[in-house]
Design a protein around this ligand. Structure first.
Ligand code: ZN
Length: 397
């Protein structure tokens, strides 16, 4: 689109403190103005419609066009003396006439997320009296911090209520209020103190008679709940709830639906039985693990039983080397040992166990193994060590 298509818009300054960027109408996304001041990469415009970061919503981005050059606007911030935009590169001078274009899609995504956040915050409050203490709106995933922890069922109920309101296509409108007016309205929270010169701005969802939500806010919003398109839960973490809205949410839901169907096919079950099926699988797995453990215990016991004893000085011993499993599976062997009978076992990871029916015998064998290079300590009838490279040939016990 050529520069001549930018219709100059009238900047109505009759109500001080009312910001034009609050109105996400097409004609406010492209405008022309003059550069007033430059400080390094920060530029102050005569008139500004870029939304400055605030209330959890990031600043607008976009481009400035001057003659044939295009300069990227990468951030917008509110400073003491007004709104400044940050540009990439340089070459601007004060007095330059510039054509400004706000990144429309990014603004729309953030407006959807912001409206979605109001809807969700209102639902959390209505259903569970959970107040929003902080909101972070981003292009991808946004986040609400609540003052109490809600469980998955509660959060899901709040999302269901939001989806209902999206279906109702409730108007999202704004009211400019004076401080004295604030008491007259049933405002949810007082999260954002907004506006200059005693002007407050409230964002309303629903009609005047019985609004679904009314909340002080200086952010950008869509005009109707139906424009949010969709809201979906991404994650619950303590008191934080993460969500997406708009096209990103629809894409996420489509992706998850496909994933769900694939899982249902693998599990060979229906959606209503999915959770029970997965729980049963996990329970079965635990039971099987126990069974395997028990079988290994038996197996090691019989293996040990069928080995020949090796004679020591006044004791006899057997060595179970390079075995798999875990130490708990040696229990049955421990129980079978007499006072002068010794079991030496080594797992493939090098862990060595020495056991006998007598503490004194176990200690003696343990010390002999330490002389061969085994590391370890402990006391009692069952002693532990480590020695992956230890050779049994030199053993004298
Ligand atoms: Zn807000």
């Amino acid at each position: 689109m050529g520069k001549h298509h930018h219709d100059p818009i009238e900047f109505d300054e009759s109500v001080p403190g009312v910001q034009k960027y609050w109105d996400t109408k097409q004609q406010y996304l492209k405008f022309e103005t003059t550069v007033q001041e430059i400080e390094e990469n920060w530029v102050k415009l005569d008139h500004n419609l870029f939304y400055p970061e605030g209330g959890g919503q990031p600043g607008d981005t976009g481009v400035l066009k001057i003659d044939d050059r295009i300069l990227e606007v990468i951030d917008t911030q509110k400073k003491k003396d007004g709104v400044w935009i940050r540009i990439k590169g340089d070459g601007l001078s004060s007095g330059d006439h510039v054509y400004c274009e706000i990144d429309e899609n990014r603004r729309l995504v953030l407006s959807r997320n912001h409206s979605g956040q109001h809807l969700l915050s209102a639902s959390f409050y209505r259903l569970f009296e959970a107040d929003t203490v902080r909101a972070e709106l981003r292009v991808d995933e946004s986040q609400i911090d609540l003052d109490k922890k809600l469980d998955m069922d509660e959060v899901t109920k709040a999302f269901d209520l939001c989806v209902e309101q999206i279906g109702e296509s409730l108007d999202i409108s704004t009211k400019i209020l004076k401080k004295a007016d604030l008491k007259k309205y049933n405002l949810r929270g007082e999260l954002a103190k907004v506006g200059d010169n005693g002007i407050y701005r409230a964002v309303q969802i629903g009609d005047d008679r019985d609004p679904f939500d009314l909340n002080l806010c200086g952010g950008t919003h869509v005009g109707s709940t139906s424009e949010i398109l969709s809201l979906s839960l991404s994650k619950i973490e303590a008191k934080k709830v993460r969500f997406t809205s708009g096209v990103a949410s629809l894409e996420e839901l489509t992706r998850r639906n496909a994933q769900n169907l694939r899982i249902l096919r693998i599990l060979n079950t229906s959606e209503d039985k999915m959770i029970t099926t997965v729980r049963k699988l996990l329970d079965d797995q635990t039971a099987n693990g126990r069974k395997i453990n028990k079988m290994n215990t038996e197996l090691l016991y019989y293996k040990f039983r069928d080995m020949d004893w090796i004679d020591g000085k006044d004791i006899r011993y057997k060595i179970l080397d390079q075995i798999e499993g875990d130490r708990s599976q040696l229990g049955r062997i421990f129980d079978s040992l007499g006072e002068k009978e010794v079991m030496i076992s080594r797992f493939s990871n090098g862990v060595i166990t020495i056991a006998s029916g007598s503490e004194e015998v176990s200690r003696r064998v343990f010390e002999s193994l330490r002389k061969l290079g085994m590391k370890g300590g402990g006391k009692g009838k069952i002693l532990m060590g480590k020695g992956k490279d230890l050779e049994w040939g030199d053993l004298e016990i």
